[in-house]
Design a protein. Structure first.
Length: 171
């Protein structure tokens, strides 16, 4: 019998790593080079077919990465089934910030939350400062899904959300 579930997903990460761009690529298959920094948070939804009989409606909260919005984050990750923590592969500081978001989620979010780590902007490989191995090794140690993505080219963006949706335990 066909089943349809609603899952809440939150995106976290430093400002300008490309959270909104990843969500826009995923929900509308568009990319904007001059994307404005998010104020507060943005809400988007996308339906994905898991297989012939199972559909997931992702309710996506795209949070604002600027420091002044930091205290709002718990409102968005509370009760979330899944989180995507994003860093920019050309900005090592954003990888450190991603690790601190992951620690906060592991302490404060739902104990069973599924977390994916996403190293974004693979199209800028010539400016890379965080290796794929470094990202993958951290993700393995912390028990996270790991993807390197490009919101610009679309690389791995669909795969990221589909893998996440498939990993959420169905009631
Ligand atoms: P806040 O809303 O401030 O937290 O930032 P954000 O994480 O939502 O970043 P946003 O999506 O606004 O992207 C920041 C900048 O990076 C924009 O100029 C985007 O066009 C650019 N950008 C995002 N993803 C990519 C990517 O995969 N490749 C390249 N080259 N640029 C990207
Ligand atoms: Mg944004």
């Amino acid at each position: 019998r066909p089943r349809k579930l609603v899952f809440k997903v939150v995106l976290l990460g430093e400002s300008a790593v490309g959270k909104s761009s990843i969500v826009t690529r995923f929900t509308r298959d568009e990319f904007n080079q001059y994307k404005e920094s998010t104020i507060g948070a943005a809400f988007l939804t996308k339906e994905i077919a898991i297989d012939a009989s199972n559909t997931v409606n992702l309710n996506i909260w795209d949070t604002a990465g600027q420091e002044r919005y930091k205290s709002l984050a718990p409102m968005y990750y509370r009760n979330a089934e899944a989180a995507v923590v994003v860093y920019d592969i050309t900005q090592a500081a954003s990888f450190e910030r991603a690790k601190s978001w992951i620690k906060e989620l592991q302490r404060q979010a739902e104990p069973n939350i599924i977390i994916a780590l996403a190293g974004n902007k693979t199209d800028l490989a010539d400016r890379r400062t965080v290796s794929k191995e470094e990202g993958a090794a951290y993700a393995a140690t912390a028990g996270l899904l790991f993807f390197e993505t490009s919101a610009q080219s679309g690389e791995n963006v669909g795969e990221l959300f589909v893998s996440l949706a498939k990993k959420i335990p169905w009631p």
